[in-house]
Each structure stands twice: as structure tokens, then as C-alpha cells.
Design a protein around this ligand. Structure first.
Ligand code: ZN
Length: 426
């Protein structure tokens, strides 16, 4: 008798509540990727309408230039937003070894959980996923993982579905419209909502600013869009609210460790000029225009890497060991100095640029070596670093081109320099 009563109550709750609460049209989520500092502007617009977003955070980038601070992430949580995971350092998860992918996804969730958040939602960096990566996202304890570009969008995917279903057909392949960039108008945003007969539209935003980046939405358009959603009674929910399910236990990932430089001669990699050697990335900053070539003009072996700076105002460009959690970047010991080296030919000025891995797995700029003059023939550049700062767990470095000209590098070296730090004389 009691059981029947409970069943009757549950059934009536299932029937009555959604019918009363749900207007026609889709449920909308505002999902915001990467945790850049300008997203605080988005948070204040959401607050105007009492709406909550899902912020997919790159935990290793928090407290680094251009990204949210810990205090800002805390304020997002306090305002009712959801904090989701987006890996430690935003790699293409399909292009790295599976144990590194596991560290990237699990360690990020561990960090965010340690900071006090109930972390149930994940987004794949660059929408790069495959069955292995999906399985790892599930193994790390997530309830959902979002991709993008699989829902019909104003400028993309005319044959795609009009909305994701609730619950999503595959929670580890949550579909979304194409990512919002500067070409999206207010009418574009509205059309995705009005085209959907029901279901779920998780919009994908990145930066929130007036044209500070290609992947940005102007605060004014966001404001008008949210006002429109409110006026038509559209439900705006976080991903966690739509997908449901309790937060699962955190899952630690075995830390990575390597005591040498991966692929120092740049030999392993694709057989084409556009590629990069395995375990090496091309990074840079500032206003300059760069082309990159995998070249057979090598110091030894078959391959070297060439960079050409065509125009230069400031900044640098370089290749360096991929800034990861131990697959490519060497582990290093605080307080110890290292000797870094590289063979090079150049027509421009260069210097070593060094980075260090922080305890939570993120990376920070560390220091730079002295300026090195151009050399038409192969030369070995070598520099002994200062002691590695406290709290560092790894390092990455490259010979950086800091002027107009070309730079070809090969045969990098990295060794512990001399004995440990001497005790200070008292
Ligand atoms: Zn991202």
C-alpha cells in the first residue's frame, strides 16, 4: 500500500512538474571555455539576469597572465556558476600518449576538487576526442564531456541536428553549436534557439570582450541575448543541472617523470615541412609574423626546425619541449642549476627562453639567457641557468628568435649543472 502511494507520488511528480515549468523551446546553457580574465565581464552580465553559466577551467593557467585568478574562480562559484574541467594545460588529447591524457584530465579534476568545487562536467580542448579519450574522461569521474560543432549553426553544419537531447544521447560527446566568434550576431544567437523545437542548446563562448580575440563575443551582444532569453522565458541551466548526477570521487593520476630531454635531435616526427617534431611545440608572444618549417638542413640526422620571422615589433618565437605533465618536458629539481644548449644557424638575434612547471601542473615563464648574435654556420649555444625556483617540478626551454630573420635549431641538450646549491656562508 505504502509502496503504491510512493509510486503514485513519483509518477504524478514526473508528469506535473516538467509540464508546468517548461516553456516551449530548448533549455539553454551558457558554457564558457578556458577561464580567461575577461570572462569576469560575462559573469557580471549573467548576474544581471540571475543566470548561471558553466565555466570550463584550465587549472594550470589559473593565476597566470591573461587568465582568472583563484579568487576570481572562487567568486564565480560563490555567484552560483558551475566550475567544470578543461585539462591542466589544454593539449590536444588525441595527439598525446594516453597516460599523459589521463594526467591532464584527472589531475585537473583533482585540483579543482581540492579547491572545493563539485566537478562533474568536462570539455575537450580543441574538441579533440576519440573513444580512448572519452573513456578516460569517464574514468576520471566526470558525468559529461562537451564537444562542439555538431548542432546546426548559422555559419556551419547545415545538416546537423537542431538540438542536443535531454539527457544527451552520449554524455561523453555532448553536442553543441559551433563555437561563437566575432562573426556571430545577436540574430545568429537567437536563431539557434528559435530553430530548436526543444532539447538542449549548450552555447560555447570563449573570450567576452569587444574584439580582443577571434573567439570572442561582445559584452553588449551577450547582454541583449540574455535579456531576450529572460523575456521569452527560456530556461538557462548549467551543464551540471541539465545532465544531473552526483559528483563522483576524485581519481588521482600517476605523476609523470622523465630525467632527460625527449627527442632532442628532433628526428622523430612527421615527414613533412609543416609538422613539428614529436614532443616539441612552437610557442611565442608579442607582435610578429612567423613561418615554421621542418627542414632537412640539419646539424645531425635528417631533421632540424627552422623559424622565419617576417615582421617584428616585439616578443619571440621558439620551439620547446611540450609543456606537459611529464611525457615530454623533463622533471627538474628546485635549487639546482641546469646547462641548456642547442645547435643553431641564424640571421637574427636569439636567446634561451625558459619556463618552469608549477606544483599544480601549470607553466610559468621563468627567465631568459643573454642575447646571442647571428651565425651563418652551425654553432652550439650553451647557457647555465640560475637555480630553479622553489616549488618547480619541471622545466622547458628553447632558443628563441627575437628579431626579423631566420633561426634553424637542432640537437638540444639539457643536463644538471655541477653540484647542488652551496649552503650560504654565515
Ligand atoms: Zn579550450
Amino acid at each position: 500500500m505504502k509502496l503504491l502511494l510512493v509510486v503514485a507520488l513519483v509518477v504524478s511528480a514526473l508528469v506535473v512538474v516538467p509540464a508546468a515549468a517548461q516553456p516551449a523551446g530548448p533549455v539553454v546553457s551558457i558554457t564558457i571555455d578556458d577561464g580567461t580574465a575577461d570572462q569576469m565581464a560575462g559573469a557580471s552580465i549573467l548576474a544581471k539576469y540571475g543566470m548561471h553559466a558553466t565555466f570550463y577551467i584550465i587549472s594550470g593557467a589559473i593565476d597566470t597572465p591573461g587568465y582568472l585568478t583563484r579568487a576570481q574562480v572562487e567568486s564565480l562559484k560563490a555567484a552560483g556558476h558551475e566550475i567544470g574541467g578543461h585539462t591542466v594545460s589544454h593539449p590536444d588529447l588525441t595527439a598525446i600518449p594516453l597516460d599523459e591524457a589521463r594526467r591532464q584530465i584527472c589531475a585537473d579534476r583533482v585540483t579543482l576538487s581540492y579547491w572545493g568545487y563539485q566537478v562533474t562536467s568536462f570539455a575537450y580542448p580543441f574538441t579533440a576526442l576519440n573513444p580512448d579519450v572519452q573513456r578516460i574522461a569517464r574514468d576520471c569521474g566526470y558525468n559529461s564531456a562537451r564537444t562542439l560543432g555538431d548542432i546546426r549553426s548559422p555559419h556551419d553544419c547545415p545538416d546537423c541536428v537542431l538540438a542536443e537531447t535531454i539527457p544527451p544521447a552520449d554524455p561523453f560527446n555532448v553536442r553543441a553549436p559551433d563555437r561563437i566568434n566575432t562573426s556571430w550576431t545577436l540574430d545568429d544567437l537567437k536563431s539557434v534557439v528559435t530553430n530548436a523545437p526543444g532539447g538542449w542548446i549548450p552555447f560555447v563562448l570563449h573570450q567576452i570582450c569587444d574584439g580582443c580575440a577571434e573567439l570572442s563575443l561582445s559584452p553588449a551582444i551577450l547582454d541583449q541575448f540574455l535579456a531576450w532569453l529572460r523575456d521569452r522565458g527560456t530556461q538557462v541551466r548549467t551543464v551540471q543541472e541539465v545532465v544531473g548526477g552526483a559528483a563522483k570521487p576524485v581519481v588521482a593520476a600517476a605523476p609523470g617523470y622523465r630525467d632527460d630531454l625527449a627527442n632532442p635531435g628532433l628526428e622523430n616526427g612527421p615527414d613533412n615541412a609543416d609538422g613539428l617534431p614529436l614532443c616539441w611545440s612552437n610557442t611565442g608572444w608579442g607582435k610578429n609574423k612567423v613561418t615554421r618549417t621542418r627542414t632537412n638542413d640539419a646539424h645531425s640526422g635528417r631533421w632540424a626546425q627552422r623559424l622565419d620571422v617576417i615582421s617584428y615589433r616585439d616578443g619571440d618565437t621558439k620551439i620547446l619541449p611540450s609543456q606537459d605533465l611529464g611525457t615530454c618536458a623533463p622533471s627538474a629539481t628546485p635549487g639546482r642549476a641546469y646547462r641548456v644548449s642547442a645547435w643553431f644557424k641564424s640571421t637574427g638575434f636569439t636567446q634561451f627562453a625558459l619556463y618552469r612547471r608549477l606544483p599544480m601542473g601549470g607553466w610559468a615563464y621563468w627567465t631568459a639567457g643573454p642575447t646571442i648574435s647571428p651565425s651563418e654556420t652551425w654553432q652550439k649555444a650553451s647557457w647555465m641557468t640560475p637555480p630553479l625556483p622553489r616549488g618547480s617540478t619541471g622545466m622547458s626551454f628553447g632558443l628563441a628568435l627575437i628579431s626579423v630573420g631566420s633561426l634553424t635549431t637542432d640537437d638540444y641538450g639539457w643536463t644538471l649543472a655541477g653540484p647542488g646549491p652551496r649552503a650560504k656562508a654565515s
